[in-house]
Design a protein around this ligand. Structure first.
Ligand code: TXA
Ligand code: MG
Length: 310
């Protein structure tokens, strides 16, 4: 515990100096900086090699901190009460007086916000008086990191500090919902879309129009492991790494289990880690067994479908 406290102190020192650091979240690790500082935010874009037109998610401790920067309605409050802190991101309207750096929002009047549940990062957010801008802590288009080592593998000594919070529990990014106009999901993720839609009051949103919004970071290139990926594979061919979710009788050095019991939560947690191991081992091709398209399986399928497109 003491070590965690001194690491949080260290993290705050860097952040107060407008440096960026990596932070653990329950979804994936984030590359974080003061969301009110143009300098800190510019550093995130530079380090991550992220195109400037792709906006960042801003992480808050709670709704009280958010009030200064964003407008929200009852639908937001309902979802917030049910799912936060947790793996859901809301696109909201910015207030005119908001201090969020214009670089984060790409000069638009909307911003994506999230309340991560990882205890270390919550402790950190509670102690600072600014929110944290944080995209996933990988070089643009690479696989999102789910451990301290993954982050180190991405940035090496260029990144000064990683707050180590162990393996990310969920292992896939948050679900993003646009709450400007008619609520709709922009990216599948940690919370199943059905649970979200079940909670939204259709009457309250009856007269709202669906407002189209660009989500630049969900382009197919984004989740690419850099080698061909074959989906719904019933078997693997020679030299192909084979990702499986159910135990097979046969032993094969090319088998990589993300679960042995068809457990989708476990599979989500292990997916990015396994893709990294496969790449490190020098495989040139990946095959993936069919993943049931229910619960978090929906988000797994979304990511592997993007990864399979060239
Ligand atoms: O779980 C997560 O959401 C992780 C952790 C670190 O919080 N973060 C994450 O950030 O996945 P990133 O930058 O890798 O993905 C954020 C996505 C991008 O696709 C970006 O284009 C979209 O959110 N986005 C950000 N702000 C937006 C906005 N105002 N409107 C629409 N899309 C937005
Ligand atoms: Mg990302």
């Amino acid at each position: 515990m003491k070590k965690n406290d001194s690491n949080i102190k260290k993290a705050i020192k860097y952040l107060n100096n407008n440096e960026c650091i990596a932070i653990p979240t329950e979804t994936v690790y984030g590359l974080a900086g003061n969301a009110y500082s143009d300098k800190a935010v510019s550093r995130i874009y530079k380090l991550k090699k992220r195109p400037r037109g792709n906006p960042l998610i801003t992480h808050y401790y709670n709704i009280n901190n958010l009030k200064k920067d964003c407008e929200f309605d009852n639908t937001f409050i309902k979802l917030y009460k049910k799912f936060c802190p947790g793996p859901i991101t809301f696109v909201l309207k910015l207030k005119k007086k908001s201090r969020v750096s214009k670089i984060i929002t790409n000069n638009s009047n909307s911003v994506a916000v999230r309340f991560p549940s990882h205890p270390l990062t919550r402790k950190l957010l509670k102690k600072i008086n600014y929110p944290l801008a944080a995209p996933s802590a990988n070089i643009s288009t690479s696989i999102s990191p789910v451990s301290r080592q993954d982050v180190v593998d991405e940035f090496g000594p260029k990144l000064k500090f990683v707050l180590d919070g162990g393996y990310s529990k969920i292992g896939l990014e948050s679900t993003i919902i646009n709450l400007i106009g008619k609520p709709h999901i922009l990216r599948l993720g940690g919370i199943n879309s059905k649970l979200i839609y079940k909670l939204i009051n259709p009457l309250e949103n009856k007269n709202k129009k669906k407002i189209k919004i660009k989500v630049p970071g969900t382009s197919k290139l984004h989740y690419s492991p850099g080698i061909p990926v074959r989906l719904n594979a019933k078997k693997n061919y020679q030299n192909e790494a084979y990702i499986l979710i159910k135990k097979r009788k046969k032993l094969d050095k090319n088998y990589f289990y993300i679960s042995k019991t068809n457990n989708l939560k476990e599979a989500a947690k292990n997916l990015y880690k396994t893709l990294r191991i496969i790449k490190k081992n020098g495989y040139k091709k990946i095959a993936i067994e069919k993943i049931p398209n229910i619960n978090i399986g929906e988000a797994i399928n979304d990511r592997i479908l993007r990864a399979s497109k060239k």
